[in-house]
Design a binder for this molecule. Structure first.
Ligand code: NAD
Length: 454
């Protein structure tokens, strides 16, 4: 497998992929190692993860550079991702004991009752490339703390980061027979689906997630999916500072080069402030610095993969062919690398792919609405259900929309945000099950009910 730097299109490294035989061997290793890991005290497992947490900070320069070189996010955003991952790990370090310890539920009478939480066994963590640390730690950290062995499949676009993760976990004291990495593309990931694993935790596209869920369904083991989105943001006419709302929305669109599952993908603006919003948005988007992601001044780096660039250009083309107006950007600049100027389109509607298909890049359509009812109807007109944001001075008005929208997360006066203390879950084509919060700790264990008489 060849690893390419998306900013230069140069080969960084060649790596040998796994195959069914090497994966079977790794499986045997994990099957042997998991019981001893589960038998360790919770405190000892937590201590290993605390060491991993410290190593992420100690080695952050190296880790950030690797991440930026293989997937193209601006270097400062790689540092931000590492800090964010450490904050999530800290949440698990501080809260796991509380949610994994035995619970006595009946202590009086003839029969005492308690719940114990036991690991699932070996789980597959099939992961995405856009935030490999963040989406990875959502799974392998609570899984390991819960006493599971982990088969970690980093994306083929974040393989070197996956190898760093493996190295640092081993350095932290996680045994090799409890954490194994599978290297390769989708066809290699497919080998995991044929093994009798005890849980499948997937982060990636709806298409692959659905395929995996169908494939492993007959195993009757937990299968969680964190999938894509087409997340809407609605701006009401009463916002105090339009420029500030534009700045927040723009960041929600283009952060991580627009490649966030909860990126803002559609904007609806009340007709009373629409023109001012659009003018400010174009002005601010036009000032964004596109460039080499290791340059500290860069705000937008290259897209991670060449096919993604072609896909976005075709979305823009489809919208323009159906009557949209491209106000700025939307072109490939004349330089090496998979770059795209951030695109701003108006006069858009839901007949255009740009407003209905996940874009996953620095492009946005801004649509005018006459009132909250129209905004809600358009926001709800999607197969996805990850997040939705409302900007307004009036919480009651915003809440009326937040209550009715069928998404796992809602935002008032913020967007594109994940908190370790809150469940992260998609509805409809955005996923199944939750990571993070206490639910994301309990997702990797199953309860055992004890009835104790005498
Ligand atoms: P993808 O579906 O192409 O790949 C995800 C992973 O699945 C990769 O490791 C890939 O190698 C593996 N894979 C592909 N085919 C497979 C198969 N047949 N069997 C087993 N494994 C297989 O997704 P991607 O491009 O890596 O990620 C982008 C998508 O992920 C976007 O849709 C984004 O919104 C979504 N995402 C969601 C969240 C969330 O928390 N909801 C977070 C990050 C990314």
């Amino acid at each position: 497998m060849i690893i390419i730097n998306p900013a230069t299109e140069e080969v960084i490294q060649e790596i040998a992929e796994d195959n069914q035989q090497t994966i079977d061997q790794k499986y045997q290793l994990l099957r042997k190692g998991q019981p001893a890991w589960a038998a360790l005290s919770l405190g000892k497992r937590i201590a290993c993860i605390a060491k991993f947490h410290a190593l992420l900070e100690e080695q952050k320069e190296d880790l950030a550079l690797t991440l930026t070189s293989e997937m193209g996010k601006p270097l400062q955003q790689s540092y931000n991702e590492l800090n964010g991952a450490r904050a999530r790990i800290k949440y698990f370090l501080d809260n796991s004991a509380r949610y994994l310890s035995e619970e006595w539920v009946t202590t009086e009478g003839a029969t005492r009752e308690k719940i114990a939480y036991e690991p699932l066994g070996i789980i597959a963590n099939i992961s995405a490339w856009n935030y490999p640390y963040l989406v990875g730690v959502n799974v392998f950290i609570p899984a390991l703390i819960g006493g599971n062995a982990v088969f970690y499949k980093p994306s083929e676009y974040s393989t070197l980061t996956g190898l760093h993760i493996r190295r640092l976990l081993y350095l932290s004291g996680v045994p090799e027979d409890c954490f194994q990495v599978v290297l390769g593309k989708g066809n290699v990931g497919e080998c995991l689906l044929k093994l009798p694993l005890n849980g499948y935790f997937f982060t990636g596209s709806y298409r692959t997630g659905r395929y995996i869920a169908e494939k492993v369904a007959t195993q009757l083991v937990p299968c969680q999916l964190e999938l894509g989105g087409k997340d809407p943001l609605y701006v009401m006419e009463d916002v105090e500072d339009i420029d500030q709302v534009v700045a927040a929305s723009l960041e929600g669109v283009v952060y991580n080069n627009g490649q966030s599952c909860c990126a803002v993908e559609r904007i609806y603006v009340h007709e009373k402030i629409y023109d001012r919003f659009v003018e400010s948005y174009s002005k601010q988007a036009g000032k964004m610095v596109i460039g080499d992601p290791v340059d500290p001044a860069t705000e937008i780096g290259p897209l991670s993969r060449k096919p993604q660039l072609d896909f976005l250009l075709s979305q823009v083309e489809d919208a323009v062919a159906k009557g949209a107006v491209l106000l700025s950007g939307g072109k490939r600049p004349d330089r090496k690398g998979y770059y795209m100027e951030p695109a701003v389109l108006v006069n858009v509607n839901h007949s255009m792919k740009l407003m209905t298909e996940e874009s996953f890049g620095p492009v946005i359509g801004i649509q005018k609405v006459k009132d909250d009812a129209e905004a809600l109807a358009l926001m709800a007109d999607t197969e996805y259900g990850l997040t939705a944001a409302v900007y307004s001075k009036n919480y009651e008005r915003a809440e009326a929309i937040m209550k009715q929208i069928n998404t796992g997360t809602v935002y008032w006066n913020c967007c594109d945000r994940v908190s370790a203390a809150l469940p992260w879950s998609g509805r409809k084509h955005s996923g199944l099950g939750s990571t993070l919060s206490y639910q994301g700790i309990r997702a990797f264990v199953h309860p055992k009910s004890y009835h104790i008489r005498g």
